[in-house]
Design a binder for this molecule. Sequence first.
Ligand SMILES: Cc1cc2nc3c(=O)[nH]c(=O)nc-3n(C[C@H](O)[C@H](O)[C@H](O)COP(=O)(O)OP(=O)(O)OC[C@H]3O[C@@H](n4cnc5c(N)ncnc54)[C@H](O)[C@@H]3O)c2cc1C
Length: 306
Amino acid sequence: MKSLSDAIFLRNRLIANLEEADFECAASFHAPLLNFVVAGGGFAGVETIAAMNDFLREAVRYFPHIREEMLRIILVHSGKVILPELGEELGAYAQRKLIENKVEIHSNCKVTAMTDHDVTLSDGTTVITNTLVWTAGTSPHTLLDTLPCPKSKGRILVNECLEVLEWPGVWAFGDCALVPDPHTGTFHPPTAQHALREGKLAAQNILATIRGEQPKPFRYSTIGLLAPIGKRTGVANILGVNFSGFIAWWLWRTIYLMKLPRFEKKVLVALDWTLDVLFSKDLVHFRTTRLRTPPPAQKESESTPA
Ligand SMILES: Cc1cc2nc3c(=O)[nH]c(=O)nc-3n(C[C@H](O)[C@H](O)[C@H](O)COP(=O)(O)OP(=O)(O)OC[C@H]3O[C@@H](n4cnc5c(N)ncnc54)[C@H](O)[C@@H]3O)c2cc1C
């Protein structure tokens, strides 16, 4: 789960599975279509499973041959409590809320194998499913492997001013770079909060270097972390203060709405979210694949030289 197209692909898969299960008479064929596994209990995994759970449980009533009890939505997390970045208290709260909303959580557990029709977990469980969503760690872009600069775990090593080590005049930032954080003695996390600010600083530092001035080091501490956990509830830590429930969900929506570029976009999204509160989920299934049409066959007289 990395890009918008991954999210659209997943939404289409959920609807396709519900449609197929609704028409499927043999009970044994229901499980792979109605069991869903998400691997990874960090932000991306929790947001994904919460959204999938809300979507599937609301959608199921439009499919007359499927009952809600037939759905199995499973989160697999290698640690004790989900959302480790938010601390044990908020993680435990999120875990409790997800379980209340009928999500099955396998903690201290890993995915050990997968095939086209099942997923095996380290606690011995085998889940028959055709849907496994992977959020247990994203790897850096493979293009970085082709660059001859120093790297660690596939990401480019830069100094505090975002200049690539041993490559003066070459700059890297965002998810592709490992930017040292002198406060923690480790590296800044790969988040959009950091990438946006690093981008601005890199531009200023490039200009400063061209003008013969000193580049500035990157200094930033995470302002806050927020995650929606389904049914209009969320968890958040902003400037060290913990929030949970509706207020955290509302903060998450409001902050991300404010961050959208352009006023028109903000209004469109705000309207869309308001309509989402008033109406049920949109179950329209967009087909995103293009059919390849073979070129028209040439007539023999056209293809044979005179
Ligand atoms: C599911 C998920 C949820 C997240 N939620 C949050 C959150 O709530 N808050 C937060 O702060 N961060 C979040 N993040 C992290 C955040 O998305 C990233 O840290 C941020 O997008 C990094 O920005 P970037 O510009 O370095 O890379 P990207 O945003 O990945 O941008 C890289 C760009 O390069 C383009 N590209 C790739 N290959 C090529 C090529 N060969 N030629 C030209 N262009 C190319 C890509 O299309 C892309 O547009 C989330 C990440 C994920 C996966």
